[in-house]
Ligand binder design. Structure first.
Ligand SMILES: NC(=O)c1ccc[n+]([C@@H]2O[C@H](COP(=O)([O-])OP(=O)(O)OC[C@H]3O[C@@H](n4cnc5c(N)ncnc54)[C@H](OP(=O)(O)O)[C@@H]3O)[C@@H](O)[C@H]2O)c1
Length: 328
């Protein structure tokens, strides 16, 4: 099943069909996790400046490249333009900073992280924890966001050789259509939350019709986020996707884990999952999804689990919902 190992993007370039996510993976864990991931065979890594781990990822990659354990051209590295730099004038310098931290001369995919924007934080540090807030704890927003103007700069990044591909994340259909109507280079990738309880079927159909590959974030239903939301009171019931009875039963049929079924279901829909793990055993498990196939009946039963239930909500971005382009 070698052909399943890659997706072909709308410009003919290939992307490994599973990646490792790195959100909530702190520096002290990520370097060893990446060693385990690269050893297991991962070649696709998803990061972002707001994950605050690009430097640690860069160190691990440099070590692997310099010791000839991996060739740069065999890696697929995605990073993102953060919401605190979501302005045309910030695109080039922000990508260059990511490249410096990642110790690379180009990335394979550069995504606009989200359709919203906040001002550069006064502290200069770029994470949701450092963004400026008003006295009620609401984020100060920058409502002037113009996606078409930002996209023109994203196109320049390809022309300058700083990225091979460009795309968007957390955009809705209307926002993507506007880019399709006003671009030289079409987005080749949309990264969105997509898991069995939040299947986003209309957006998936729209992207398929427009030859835009979807990457599924939080494909396992990010347990750390669920726990945070339960503690914050923004979620009433615990959600453990891999313990859903249908998922468990299908996993038994194939002698696989629930997590592997959740990932295989995404892959079989022609969507790229990017599960995060820093645990070597789970990293290996998440990669071992090419040696079994879900039947049509199993695919349909999993499709029936959709509840429209988003896990990554705006709990940490209180106030961002006032941004005119907010999609969360
Ligand atoms: N574009 C965006 O706005 C956006 C938003 C969110 C996420 N993302 C990207 O998508 C990636 C994945 O999403 P995510 O991190 O939110 O959530 P996720 O991948 O759905 O879940 C990660 C959690 O699942 C655990 N886990 C991993 N493999 C497992 C397995 N086989 N069995 C049981 N538990 C397992 C991990 O713990 P261990 O580490 O202990 O294994 C971690 O707690 C992120 O890391 C990030 O790169 C992008």
């Amino acid at each position: 099943m070698t052909s399943e190992r890659f997706f072909t993007l709308n410009n003919g370039l290939e992307m490994p069909s599973i990646g490792i996510g790195t959100f909530m993976a702190p520096d002290h864990e990520i370097e060893t996790a990446l060693d385990a991931a690269l050893k297991a065979g991962y070649r696709h890594i998803d990061t972002a400046p707001v994950y605050l781990n690009e430097k640690a990822i860069g160190k691990a990659l440099r070590r692997w490249i310099d010791t000839n354990q991996v060739k740069r051209e065999d890696l697929f590295i995605t990073t993102k333009l953060p919401i605190h730099a979501n302005r045309p004038g910030d695109v080039e310098k922000t990508l260059k900073k990511s490249l410096e931290d990642l110790q690379l001369t180009y990335v394979d995919m550069y995504l606009i992280h989200a359709p919203v924007a906040v001002p550069q934080p006064a502290s200069g540090a770029g994470s949701s924890l450092t963004y400026d807030r008003d006295s009620n704890g609401n984020l100060i927003i920058d409502p002037t966001t113009d996606h078409v103007k930002i996209w023109k700069k994203m196109e320049d990044m390809i022309e300058m050789g700083l990225t091979k591909n460009i795309g968007v994340s957390n955009f809705n259909q209307k926002q993507i259509q506007r880019l399709l109507d006003n671009s030289k280079i079409k987005p080749s990738n949309l990264q969105i939350e997509l898991q069995v309880y939040f299947q986003q079927n209309d957006l998936v159909d729209f992207c398929k019709a427009n030859n835009i590959l979807i990457t599924a974030y939080s494909p396992l239903g990010n347990r750390d986020m669920v726990k945070r939301r339960l503690a914050a009171g923004t979620l009433k019931e615990d959600i453990i996707l891999f313990e859903d009875p249908t998922v468990v039963e299908i996993a038994k049929n194939h002698n696989k884990t629930g997590a592997q079924v959740l990932l295989r279901w995404i892959l079989q829909r022609g969507i790229c999952p990017i599960p995060k793990s820093t645990n070597p055993g789970r990293l290996q498990q998440n990669l071992d999804i090419y040696d079994f196939k879900l039947s049509d009946d199993e695919m349909n039963r999993l499709a029936g689990l959709d509840k429209g239930l988003r896990i990554c909500d705006t709990s940490f971005f209180k106030g961002i919902e006032k941004h005119p382009e907010c999609t969360w």
